[in-house]
Design a binder for this molecule. Structure first.
Ligand code: ATP
Length: 443
């Protein structure tokens, strides 16, 4: 039973994230740093689990995709070739009255400040989103370098080396997970639009013939991933075809998630033609063509891309998972209380099993059980507070299973396993606990 309105939900998620150590503002003791976020202990665990899930589905469980881990800073020519130095920007303007800065394409009326309603605005001007740094001892124009604005460019640049090293033949993909940086004009919506964020991208190289079918395959595969692996409901995600295609693109669609603040882009699936490879061939003066042994032809590969933000996926998982329920309580003078629970899919929950000794005297036995389980699951020992409070604490961080070791456990060699979603408890033999939980987590 939901008792939270959509408007309140975002605030509640942000508050919970801070209270429980999922995500908080970077450099908070200095007043925070706009557009930058730190992931605390539970946030880190969940972020890594999502990353691992993506990697396992996109690389490890396929024989046509290989991995890459490239540098954040690469040769500045990469960004010249990609068009980022000349064109990667937004049009912005400032309100002279309230000093707010806006992206013109996001203003409902580009002549009026959405913050204070003033019409006293600066003329629109271009703003490049690339983050600059210097490499080497001299801080001048010759030593300027850029933090990457997307993880895919190094994939195009390394394509040839990787193909030769792995002897992969087309079609095949190269995937990468890593940080990207954009000097966003208006970072907002919590981590949705950050200045430093993690992308998970896969570039699939193929002959042009049949490439539209490959694009359709990836579009459907990625949609299925959200429904089945992240367990998003049908009404939470939708396709959004691009209104305007880039001149080189044959097809592009976004997968959007219904965030508490409205629909927002989670992932883009783009048919990029030979644009990227031809640009890098031109700017590097290297021949990046592929020799097709089957047909004897030489050609530049066509690229189909799947590109998703890890931080946005994380936020989508929390938005999907957050729930408040009325629950019976033993608190004095109250019959009902609010139970905050995160229905995070067990595979990616920060803690999958919390082991709880009923009394301090049982700590050693419970900790031994935790050690038996930690090779297979992300575990935590929760030893303080009454058991009801501990359940609530674990519900708030989305722990799917709480295992309680009590005085009977000594004699019956069994423990109580409590399910987060149903709150049902089952008595399970200690030797069967790992298999019991593994069966419930696997999907
Ligand atoms: P938007 O239109 O929201 O700015 P985009 O179309 O520029 O996004 P892409 O360049 O296609 O985004 O990047 C691929 C993915 O990277 C996006 O779908 C999103 O999940 C993620 N991403 C992009 N910009 C940011 C950001 N500033 N903060 C967090 N994630 C981002």
């Amino acid at each position: 039973m939901a008792i939270t309105t959509e408007g309140e939900l975002m605030d509640k998620i942000v508050t919970l994230c801070k209270r429980r150590g999922f995500v908080f503002q970077s450099s908070e003791i200095y007043g925070g740093f706009n557009g930058f976020w730190d992931y605390g202990p539970y946030g880190t665990a969940m972020k890594r689990a999502i990353e691992q899930l993506w990697w396992s589905e996109m690389v490890e469980k396929r024989d046509d995709v290989v991995g890459l881990d490239s540098t954040v800073i690469c040769h500045p020519k990469v960004w010249k070739a990609s068009g980022h130095i000349d064109r990667f920007g937004d049009i912005m303007c400032d309100c002279k009255h309230c000093k707010a800065r806006h992206r013109v394409d996001q203003m409902p009326d580009p002549k009026v400040c959405p913050n204070c309603g003033s019409t006293d605005l600066t003329p629109p001007r271009e703003f490049n989103l690339m983050m600059k740094t210097y490499v080497g001892p001299v801080f001048d124009d010759e030593h300027v370098a850029y933090l990457r604005a997307e993880t895919c460019q190094p994939i195009f640049v390394d394509f040839h080396l990787i193909r030769v090293a792995t002897r992969m033949q087309l079609p095949f993909g190269i995937a990468q997970i890593g940080k990207s940086f954009r000097n966003e004009i208006t970072p907002r919506m919590f981590t949705f639009r950050s200045r430093e964020f993690t992308q998970m991208e896969m570039e699939y190289f193929c002959p042009d013939k049949g490439s539209m079918e490959i694009w359709e395959h990836w579009r459907d595969t990625r949609y299925k991933y959200y429904r089945e692996k992240l367990q998003f409901r049908e009404d939470e995600i939708q396709f959004h075809p691009h209104d305007k295609l880039a001149h080189y693109a044959k097809a592009a669609v976004d997968i959007e998630f219904k965030f508490p603040f409205g629909w927002g882009e989670l992932e883009g699936i783009h048919h990029r033609g030979t644009w990227d490879m031809s640009r890098h061939q031109e700017y590097s003066s290297q021949n990046l063509e592929y020799f097709d042994p089957a047909t004897g032809e030489k050609y530049l590969p066509t690229v189909v891309e799947t590109s998703v933000g890890l931080d946005r996926t994380f936020l989508a998982v929390l938005s999907h998972a957050y729930d408040e329920q009325k629950a019976p309580t033993k608190k004095e003078g109250m019959e009902e209380d609010v139970r905050i629970v995160l229905h995070i899919p067990p595979r990616i929950a920060p803690v999958q099993v919390a082991v709880m000794p009923l009394s301090k005297k049982l700590n050693d036995k419970a900790l031994a059980l935790r050690k038996d389980l930690w090779d297979s699951f992300r575990t935590e020992a929760d030893v303080t507070g009454n058991i009801g409070k501990r359940y609530r604490r674990q519900d708030e961080i989305g722990t799917p299973f709480c295992v309680t070791y009590d005085f009977d456990s000594e004699s019956d060699n069994a423990v109580t396993v409590r399910d987060r979603d149903t709150m049902q408890q089952e008595r399970i033999k200690i030797e069967d606990v790992a298999a019991y939980i593994a069966k419930k987590i696997e999907f």
